[in-house]
Design a protein around this ligand. Structure first.
Ligand code: CAO
Length: 429
C-alpha cells in the first residue's frame, strides 16, 4: 500500500519552513523514526521523521522549497508493522474579525449620505485651512479626510482632472494602516554608508529575520509596560551552591534559572491572568491550567525560545538537566517542533552576562515575560537593627500586555515573586 507522507503542524507561530536537506532517496527503506527531511524554520532546524515503515517510492520536495503544514512530502510503500497512523490535526477555521478596513468603507458611505451637523461656517473655515484650491475631491471625501486628519494634498487622485475619489482615499487609509501595523514596511531609502568609511555587509540569518518581524509585530500591537523590582537571593544563593556541588557529581549544572522558573509557576498559580492569552477577537481571556515556560536562549543564529513543559511538576534537578539539554540543542539547531510551542509565560535571563535591568518584549500569544539581570552584593538597611548588611540582590523586570494586566497586579506579581525566592521550602522537592 502506498501512503503519502504529509508535513505535520510545525508549532505555534510557524506557518512555513524551508527544506534544507532531503536525507533519503527513492528506493530507501526507512523505519518510522528515520529522518527523511531537515527543515529550517524561523526558530530552529527541524528533523522530520518518516513516521511509518516502508520504502520511499517518490520524493516531491527538494532543498530550498518553502513548505507549509499539510504539504505532501513523499510517497512510501508501507511494509512490516501496521503504520502508526496519526490523526491529522485539523486547523480550526479562524473566525473573521471585522477589519477596520470594512469599517472604514462603511464610514465613507455613511458620511457621503448623511448630512453632518457641522455649521457651514466651520466647514468653510476648515476646508480653506486644510486643503486650499488645488485639490479636487467630493464633499464626502473632504469631510472624511478632515475627520481623520488626512491632508488630501498628499494623495494622488485617479479621477478626472486628478480628482481624488473615494477609492483613492480608501486605498491611502489602507496603506497607512498596513504600514503602521507592520505588515508593510514603510519605504526606506538605501543609504550608501561606504561614502563615509569602510563597511562590511553581513546577511541576517533566517532566524534573525523572522524573529525580528515577530518582535516588531509584538512591539507594535501589544501595549507594553515594564515593572522593575529586586529580589534578595542571599539564602537562595547559599542553598544553590550546596545543590550545585551535589548535582555536579551527576554532571548537572544548577544555575539560578530553575529556581526562578519554579518561583514563577508558584506566582502564576496564584495570579492566573499572567498565564493566559487573549482570544482571536480580543474578547475573552483564555486562562491556562498548565505551566509551560519559554526560556530565551542566545544562539549563534539568533534568539530561540524552547519551552519547558509542566515546570510546576518538576524538581530543581530535573529542570536543570532539561535546561542544559534544551539550551545545548537550541544552539545546535536541533530542537523539535513541539519543543518550541505551547509556552504560557517566558523568562529571558541575562543574569549570566550582566546588566542591571532591561525591558523584554512580550512573546505573543503570551501576556507577560520576565527579564532577569545579574545579581550583585549590596548594603541593605535592616530597619529592626538599624544596621546595614551585605545581601545578594537580583534585579528583574516584568513586561506585560496592559490590555490584560493592570499595573497594580504587575507590582503584586513582582513582589510575590521576590518573596517566593526567599522561601526555600518551595525548592526542596
Ligand atoms: N545573577 C548572578 N549570576 C547569575 C544569574 C543572575 N541573575 N543568572 C545566571 N548567573 C550565573 C549562573 O549561576 C552561572 O554561574 P555559575 O557557573 O557560578 O553557576 C553563570 O551565571 C552562567 O549562567 P548561564 O547563563 O550559563 O546559565 P543560566 O541558566 O543562567 O542561563 C540560558 C541559561 C540558556 C538562559 C543563557 O545561557 C542564555 O542564553 N541567556 C541569554 C538569553 C537572552 O539572550 N535573552 C535576551 C532576549 S531579548 O529579550
Amino acid at each position: 500500500m502506498i501512503k503519502e507522507i504529509i508535513l505535520p503542524d510545525l508549532g505555534e507561530g510557524i506557518d512555513g519552513a524551508e527544506v534544507s536537506d532531503v536525507t533519503v532517496s527513492v528506493g530507501d527503506v526507512v523505519g518510522s523514526d528515520d529522518i527523511i527531511l531537515v527543515l529550517e524554520s524561523d526558530k530552529a532546524s527541524m528533523e522530520i521523521p518518516a513516521d511509518v515503515n516502508g520504502s520511499i517510492t517518490e520524493i516531491l520536495v527538494s532543498a530550498g522549497d518553502e513548505l507549509k503544514p499539510g504539504h505532501i512530502l513523499m510517497k512510501i510503500e508501507l511494509s512490516g508493522d501496521a503504520p502508526k497512523e496519526k490523526v491529522p490535526v485539523e486547523e480550526k477555521p479562524q473566525k473573521e474579525k471585522p477589519t477596520p478596513e470594512i469599517e472604514t468603507i462603511e464610514t465613507i458611505e455613511t458620511i457621503e449620505t448623511i448630512e453632518t451637523i457641522e455649521t457651514i461656517e466651520t466647514k468653510r473655515h476648515l476646508e480653506d485651512l486644510s486643503f486650499g484650491n488645488t485639490v479636487f475631491a467630493s464633499p464626502g471625501v473632504r469631510r472624511l479626510a478632515r475627520e481623520l486628519g488626512i491632508n488630501l494634498q498628499v494623495i494622488k487622485g485617479t479621477g478626472q482632472k486628478n480628482r481624488i475619489t473615494k477609492n483613492d482615499l480608501n486605498n491611502y487609509i489602507k496603506l497607512q494602516m498596513a504600514i503602521s501595523s507592520g505588515s508593510i514596511p514603510a519605504q526606506k531609502q538605501d543609504v550608501d554608508f561606504s561614502q563615509w568609511g569602510e563597511v562590511e555587509v553581513q546577511k541576517l540569518t533566517r532566524i534573525k529575520r523572522i524573529t525580528g518581524q515577530r518582535l516588531q509585530q509584538a512591539w507594535q500591537t501589544i501595549p507594553h509596560v515594564t515593572q522593575f523590582d529586586n529580589a534578595d537571593i542571599t539564602d537562595l544563593d547559599n542553598y544553590r551552591k550546596k545543590l550545585k556541588t551535589k548535582a555536579a557529581e551527576q554532571d548537572i549544572k544548577v544555575t539560578f534559572l530553575p529556581f526562578l522558573m519554579k518561583a514563577v509557576t508558584i506566582v502564576l498559580k496564584e495570579m492566573p491572568e499572567f498565564n493566559s492569552s487573549l482570544d482571536h477577537a480580543d474578547q475573552n481571556l483564555v486562562l491556562k491550567n498548565y505551566y509551560h515556560l519559554g526560556i530565551a536562549v542566545d544562539t549563534p543564529f539568533g534568539l530561540t525560545v524552547p519551552v519547558v513543559k509542566d515546570v510546576d511538576q518538576k524538581s530543581i534537578i530535573d529542570l536543570s538537566s532539561e535546561l542544559m539539554d534544551l539550551s545545548s540543542r537550541a544552539r545546535q539547531k536541533k530542537l523539535k517542533p513541539d519543543e518550541i510551542k505551547g509556552g504560557t509565560f517566558t523568562i529571558s535571563s541575562l543574569g549570566g552576562i550582566g546588566g542591571t535591568g532591561f525591558s523584554p518584549i512580550v512573546n505573543p500569544p503570551e501576556v507577560a515575560i520576565m527579564g532577569v539581570s545579574k545579581s550583585d552584593w549590596k548594603q541593605v538597611y535592616d530597619k529592626a537593627t538599624g544596621e546595614f548588611h551585605p545581601r545578594f540582590i537580583m534585579p528583574f523586570s516584568l513586561s506585560y500586555d496592559h490590555r490584560v494586566i493592570d499595573g497594580a497586579s504587575a507590582a503584586a506579581f513582582t513582589s510575590r515573586f521576590a518573596s517566593a525566592l526567599c522561601d526555600l521550602s518551595y525548592f526542596k522537592n
